[in-house]
Design a protein around this ligand. Structure first.
Ligand SMILES: [Zn+2]
Length: 244
């Protein structure tokens, strides 16, 4: 085979294997992917701990890296496990709805509704609780976001911007140069006051398309005490279930 083809194949070659290390008394499984890369990297993927390494890295080198970063690995895996547990929604699961803990129950009729700490979800054919919950979030998110946008747009003295829903996990909102606002339906997990902060923040971008002190002054005018809301949003973000 000509050399160039070899080089090309090497570039795209990947070797997968599995391993296990012991960190602070815990068995930690990992998936190792060797490829044409220069250094060893660690990340938490959907299946758990994933290690990327060059072909010439030894298993000892890989495991030394895991031990050096033991604290990080255990912390991230614990968080991943929490999120995985939380993402498995079943009858009776607890979930945060507009900042309030509630239990999931299957609705007897074809209507989903929230009342007295219970979220009754209508499960269409083949639909599980997670899918039904996401659909419910989306259906309730739009009217709520529109109402809050209208409220803050009036306070700011701007026209009502177009709204789009997104599924972003940490970028709760965005405002495009055209003045379109995107808000994540995942905000429906959070207390209304935090949703208001995101709405006020994005609307403030209609006046200041940056995060300058002038921008934050607009936010302060619309939503006094925004800093506490921003911190709380960051804290809660880590507790969200990984729903798709
Ligand atoms: Zn911003």
């Amino acid at each position: 085979m000509p050399k160039r083809t070899d080089a090309f194949l090497n570039l795209h070659r990947r070797e997968e294997s599995c391993g296990q290390v012991h960190i602070q008394g815990q068995n930690v499984d990992y998936r190792l992917t060797r490829s044409a890369r220069r250094s060893i990297s660690l990340r938490i993927a959907d299946h758990g701990l994933s290690v990327g390494a060059p072909f010439n890295a030894s298993v000892e080198q890989v495991e030394a890296m895991l031990h050096q970063n033991g604290e990080w690995v255990l912390q991230k895996l614990a968080l991943w496990q929490d999120q995985k547990r939380a993402a498995m929604l079943v009858e009776g699961s607890e979930i945060s709805w507009l900042g309030e803990p509630c239990r999931l129950r299957r609705a007897s009729g074809r209507r989903s509704r929230f009342h007295d700490g219970v979220l009754e979800l209508y499960l269409a054919d083949g639909q599980d609780f997670a899918e039904a919950f996401v659909r419910f979030c989306k259906s309730r998110a739009r009217p709520l976001f529109l109402e809050r946008l209208a409220y803050y747009a009036a306070r700011l003295g701007v026209a009502m911007p177009p709204l789009m829903l997104s599924s972003a996990r940490s970028r709760w909102g965005s405002c495009s140069a055209k003045g379109e606002i995107r808000l994540s339906w995942r905000l429906m997990h959070f207390p209304p006051a935090l949703i208001d902060y995101v709405v006020a923040h994005e609307l403030a971008h209609l006046e200041e398309m940056n995060h300058s002190s002038r921008f934050w002054a607009v936010v302060e005018r619309l939503y006094p005490g925004w800093l506490a809301a921003r911190n709380e949003l960051r804290r809660l973000a880590a507790t969200l279930p990984r729903l798709d």
